[in-house]
Design a protein around this ligand. Structure first.
Ligand code: GLY
Length: 399
């Protein structure tokens, strides 16, 4: 859609978004343009939401989880993107949720930096923000990027100023006392002898002013990851929160498909690091003719393999959501060759999860490693529930 067309149609589109669409009988035809009367509601799909478990486990003290809020919206005629963003705002705002939004685990300097992207299938809109600070709901800023600009991705300080200009509240610190305490514990574990302060790490000098060797930065990163994972093993961090992220995909009865992914990213990341969650095709992809895929887990694996895009393309070629997700996981496994990313069995030492649906309302939740304890969230006419993730590989990622 060009800018002029966007300006011409956005006001009408916003008004139309509040009401159920009238429909064309042709499943390939967008129904966002106003259709003539009489309005005949033809059910083309089975309304459905799939998501990461944080979309069902957190309510921020309210009556609904993210997936319940989203499903209610899509079945009451709300625009699908409006409904899913309103949904993920619930865990974004929940101080108890450690993987996204307010109270998400911060970066190595103790600063909460948030990523999000989203796609609106029928309108072919997309927007994202990366490394935004000070805004509790990055998904809403990503939505503003999609709705109000000609851009698809705004990062860092620019994203924060964009949000400020739109009237978003900007806060100095999105840590909660609990997320800050966990960061301090990580600092203690990663560098018990002498905490490296941000300035020392940037300059490559140790606290005593000595030059560090060329591999020092990599060794530091490995120690940083190990310290974080030890906190997961000690039960201080929920394993579902370490790589953060929730992703929520939905299709309504009209067959309109949208998806949103939002995260505080990898815990204790290098400041400025962006993972897959703000990147179209990696942490999220939607094609309104085919389906949607969203992801949580090791973002670098999704970035390398454009995995969400790949899943949607596999479905376009005729694969089911489950087969498409498994094929993408196989690609990630095959492309993981660096020893530092392999476990003792020579397999990836990390998890990646995909939440996948197609236009017909079929769905899957798949993971590199499935277990009896790992699940994803589904909401359909039978209500909201957790279902087991199907794993490509067996056993724990590490060991
Ligand atoms: N998947 C979230 C991240 O890696 O940042």
């Amino acid at each position: 859609m060009d800018r002029r067309h966007f300006v011409r149609t956005s006001a009408a589109g916003m008004a139309a978004a509040a009401a159920p669409s009238t429909l064309s009988a042709d499943p390939g035809v967008s129904d966002t343009e106003p259709a003539g009367a009489p309005a005949v509601h033809v059910r083309r799909a089975r309304p459905l939401c799939v998501a990461d478990v944080s979309s069902i486990r957190y309510r921020n003290g309210g009556p609904e989880s993210a997936i319940e809020r989203a499903f209610r919206g899509i079945t009451e005629g709300e625009d699908v993107l409006d409904a899913i963003v309103a949904g993920v705002n619930i865990p974004e705002l929940d101080p108890e949720e450690r993987g996204i939004g307010y109270g998400g685990l911060p970066n190595a300097d103790g600063v909460v930096q948030l990523d999000s992207c989203l796609m609106h299938g029928p309108r072919r809109w997309a927007g994202g923000v990366a490394g935004i600070e000070g805004v509790r709901t990055p998904s809403r800023v990503a939505k503003a990027v999609a709705e109000l600009t000609d851009h698809h991705l705004i990062v860092g300080e620019g994203a924060r100023e964009f949000a400020r200009s739109l009237g978003f509240e900007i806060e100095d610190d999105l840590n909660t006392p609990a997320s800050r305490a966990l960061w301090l514990e990580w600092k203690r574990r990663v560098d018990p002898g002498h905490w490296l302060d941000p300035e020392e790490r940037r300059s490559g000098q140790s606290r005593r002013g000595e030059e560090t060797d060329p591999d020092a930065r990599r060794r530091y990163q490995e120690a940083a990851l190990a310290a974080g994972l030890s906190m997961v093993e000690d039960g201080l961090i929920d394993p579902d929160s370490f790589w953060g992220t929730t992703s929520l995909e939905a299709v309504n009865a009209d067959g309109d498909i949208c998806g949103v992914t939002t995260t505080s990213g990898l815990s204790w990341k290098i400041p400025g690091r962006a993972g897959d969650s703000p990147i179209l095709g990696a942490g999220q992809y939607v094609d309104n003719d085919v389906g949607a895929a969203g992801s949580t887990g090791r973002g670098e694996a999704n970035l390398f393999n454009c995995a969400s895009f790949l899943i949607v393309e596999f479905m376009r070629q005729g694969m089911s959501p489950k087969d498409a997700g498994m094929a993408a996981l196989g690609r990630i496994r095959d492309n993981t060759v660096e020893p530092r990313l392999l476990n003792e069995r020579g397999l990836p030492s990390f998890d990646v999860r995909f939440f996948v649906l197609n236009k017909a309302g079929e769905y899957a939740g798949v993971a590199m490693y499935g277990s009896s304890e790992s699940s994803f969230a589904v909401c359909d006419e039978n209500g909201a529930r957790e279902e087991p993730l199907e794993g490509l590989l067996e056993g724990p990622p590490r060991g």
